[in-house]
Structures are given as structure tokens and as C-alpha cells.
Design a protein around this ligand. Structure first.
Ligand SMILES: *[C@@H]1O[C@H](CO)[C@@H](O)[C@H](O)[C@H]1NC(C)=O
Ligand SMILES: *[C@@H]1O[C@H](CO)[C@@H](O)[C@H](O)[C@H]1NC(C)=O
Length: 340
């Protein structure tokens, strides 16, 4: 342990507090440093969720909410009277953007960490310029977030590998928001003359109920996992749920291949950037033989898809990261950070 110098000018009182400091450090050292020693005593963290995402009424949050997600000593609450003593307060961006929620800046306890949370892409995020110098931590899908919560991930599989669903059709796409200027719409229009694509969703008056999506997509060889906008790490449930979990090979339009490869094996998806044209992409997909097609599912022997689509789980993740996060950090320019 490094020596602690007590300045002379402190006098006797200084010596006493120096001693107290030394004993405190010694205790810390005992708890943390001793091999096989007693773990540091844990206290329960209180995370106040100021506004529940996309909801007028928050869900019930029983005291074991985070324990169910494997996070003990972590209490989620939406009770705003806890502002004065919460260990961190989390604000979801959409409600700040629409001004349905306001920041309680005047009542903020000194030093209380505030968390900015959003899973939307920068293209669908406005009003960040109003939030200068307010937030300490960011919760988002971007890997460089303080609290990184991807839309999904591959986890080691235990137990038998389910068989691949039987295939009877070529390519499916579910889309609700179809706008001519989107890159995904332009690509779809270039692909459609060369590849049979069945379009589902509100945009095509063929909505799929929540329980119908997976069995419907399962019958297809490929799923067009086209993100609505292209941004670093912005890989949504279109990839994890609609394609991988359904058992269809994702044909991805989104961030560059390297970004996908940070999340999934390089041979688990087809990236549109790997082709010079939509016609080449279509020819590649249609020309695949069975063994080549099956090779896209090699990951299923070792992994299964874990989705992170529940806001309770995302907020409980704050507690896991809490001890490791910088206390003196402030996002002075959230706009530049997020829109980068
Ligand atoms: C909110 O918290 C305060 C302070 O702990 C408590 O008195 C109050 O009953 C709580 N309100 C609700 C609705 O749980
Ligand atoms: C399937 O396609 C791959 C890649 O083009 C090729 O190497 C392989 O020989 C083909 N297998 C059969 C059985 O045709």
C-alpha cells in the first residue's frame, strides 16, 4: 500500500484524520485485495426511471425486478419522490424530445449521476442540443456507451440444437415505415426485379401479428434485415429477432460489415456492401447450393439468440456497470457524440 503523507499544517487534528483515512484504506484493502477474502459489502442501488419509454403508465416494478434479470442489489423505481436519494436517475430521450418529460434540474442533488437512455438511431433523434452538460452516462446500443445494451446477442447454447425450419420461399421483408428516400427502400426497389421478395407489414397492408412473425419468416431462406438508417452499431431486432431467431439468413443493410462482426460470426449473415450491385446480390442469393446455405447456420451449434427488448432489463444493466463508471464525466456535447 502506498504511504499517505499528512501535511504538517493539519496539526493534531490532521494526524487523527490521517490515521482514520489510513484505517479506512486498510479496511478497503482487506476487503478488495486479500486473495479469497470477504467481498466488499454490497448495498442496494436505487435507479430512478424518470419517464418510462413510450408509455404513459410504467409497468409494475416489484422489488425483485432486477434479480429476475440476474442483477441483485438493484432497485428500479419510477417514484419521483426518490429523486433526492436515488443513486442514479435515468431519462429516456423520446419523452424529452417531445417535451412530455422535463428535467428536474433545480432539484438535482449535487453529484447525482444522470443517465441518458435511447435505443433509437441518430436519424430519429432530435433536440440533443438542449441537453448540453447535463448527463454523465449514456445507455444505448452503441458499443462505446457507458451502459452498453445491444438489441440482442449470441449466448452459449446449452442443450440440443433445434432443427432448421423447412424452407419453401425465398426472401421476406417486414416493413412498417416505407419512405422513398430511405436507402433500404431504394435497395429493395433495385432488388425486387431480380429476387422474389414477399413484403409484409403495415407499409404493404400485410401486418403480421406479434406471434405470427417468427413462424412466417421461418419458411423463408432469407430475411432482409434492412435498418431504417445506417449508423455505427445500429443493429436492431430486425437482425436478432426477425432473422436469426426465426432461422432465416439475414441479408443486412446497416453499419459496415466490421460492426456486425463485432456482434456475430462473419459467416452468419450476408452483407449488401459485399456486392457491386443489387443484381449481383440477388444472383448470389439465388445461386447458393444447400451446403453453402447451411454454412450460414454454423453458429447455431454453439450459440443461441438472446434478445434484450425489455426496458426493465436494460435499466437493471445500469447497476452492473455502476461501480465501474466515471463519476466526474459530463457529456458537454451529447449531440456531437451521438450524431458522430
Ligand atoms: C414514493 O416514495 C415515497 C418516499 O419513499 C413514499 O412515501 C411514497 O409512498 C411512494 N409512493 C408510491 C406511489 O409508492
Ligand atoms: C456448393 O457451393 C460451394 C460454393 O460455391 C462449392 O464450393 C461447393 O462445391 C458446392 N457444393 C455442391 C455439392 O455443389
Amino acid at each position: 500500500m502506498p504511504g499517505v503523507a499528512v501535511p504538517r499544517s493539519w496539526g493534531p487534528w490532521g494526524a487523527w484524520s490521517g490515521l482514520a483515512l489510513l484505517s479506512a484504506l486498510w479496511l478497503l484493502w482487506l476487503f478488495w485485495g486479500a486473495p479469497g477474502g470477504v467481498p466488499a459489502p454490497q448495498r442496494t442501488l436505487t435507479i430512478l426511471v424518470w419517464n418510462w419509454p413510450f408509455a404513459h403508465r410504467p409497468p409494475e416494478l416489484p422489488s425483485d425486478t432486477c434479480t429476475r434479470y440476474g442483477m441483485a442489489h438493484c432497485s428500479l423505481s419510477t417514484n419521483r419522490s426518490l429523486l433526492a436519494r436515488a443513486d442514479a436517475v435515468v431519462f429516456h430521450h423520446r419523452e424529452l424530445q417531445t417535451r412530455r418529460a422535463r428535467l428536474p434540474l433545480a432539484e438535482r442533488p449535487r453529484g447525482q449521476p444522470w443517465v441518458w437512455a435511447s435505443m433509437e438511431s441518430p436519424s430519429h433523434t432530435r433536440g440533443l442540443d438542449r441537453l448540453r452538460g447535463v448527463f454523465n452516462w449514456v445507455l444505448s446500443y452503441r458499443r462505446d456507451s457507458d451502459i452498453f445494451v445491444p438489441y440482442g446477442r449470441l449466448e452459449p447454447r446449452e442443450g440440443p440444437v433445434p432443427p432448421l425450419p423447412a424452407k419453401s420461399r425465398v426472401a421476406a421483408w417486414v416493413v412498417s415505415n416505407f419512405q422513398a428516400q430511405q436507402r433500404r427502400v431504394q435497395l429493395y426497389r433495385q432488388l425486387a426485379p431480380h429476387l422474389p421478395v414477399d413484403v409484409y407489414g403495415r407499409a404493404n397492408q400485410r401486418p403480421l401479428c406479434a406471434d405470427c412473425l417468427l413462424p412466417t419468416v421461418a419458411r423463408y431462406l432469407f430475411y432482409l434485415a434492412f435498418e431504417n438508417s445506417q449508423h455505427p452499431d445500429y443493429i436492431t431486432e430486425k437482425f436478432w429477432h426477425n432473422a436469426l431467431a426465426a432461422g432465416a439468413v439475414p441479408v443486412v443493410l446497416g453499419p459496415p460489415r466490421a460492426s456486425y462482426e463485432a456482434f456475430a460470426p462473419p459467416d452468419s449473415f450476408v452483407h449488401v456492401d459485399d456486392f457491386g450491385s443489387a443484381r449481383e446480390l440477388a444472383a448470389f442469393l439465388l445461386g447458393m447450393n444447400e451446403s453453402q446455405y447451411r454454412s450460414y447456420f454454423g453458429w447455431r451449434d454453439r450459440f443461441r439468440v438472446q434478445l434484450f427488448n425489455d426496458w426493465r432489463q436494460r435499466f437493471c444493466a445500469i447497476c452492473a456497470r455502476y461501480p465501474h463508471l466515471p463519476r466526474d464525466q459530463v457529456y458537454q456535447d451529447l449531440q456531437s457524440w451521438f450524431q458522430a
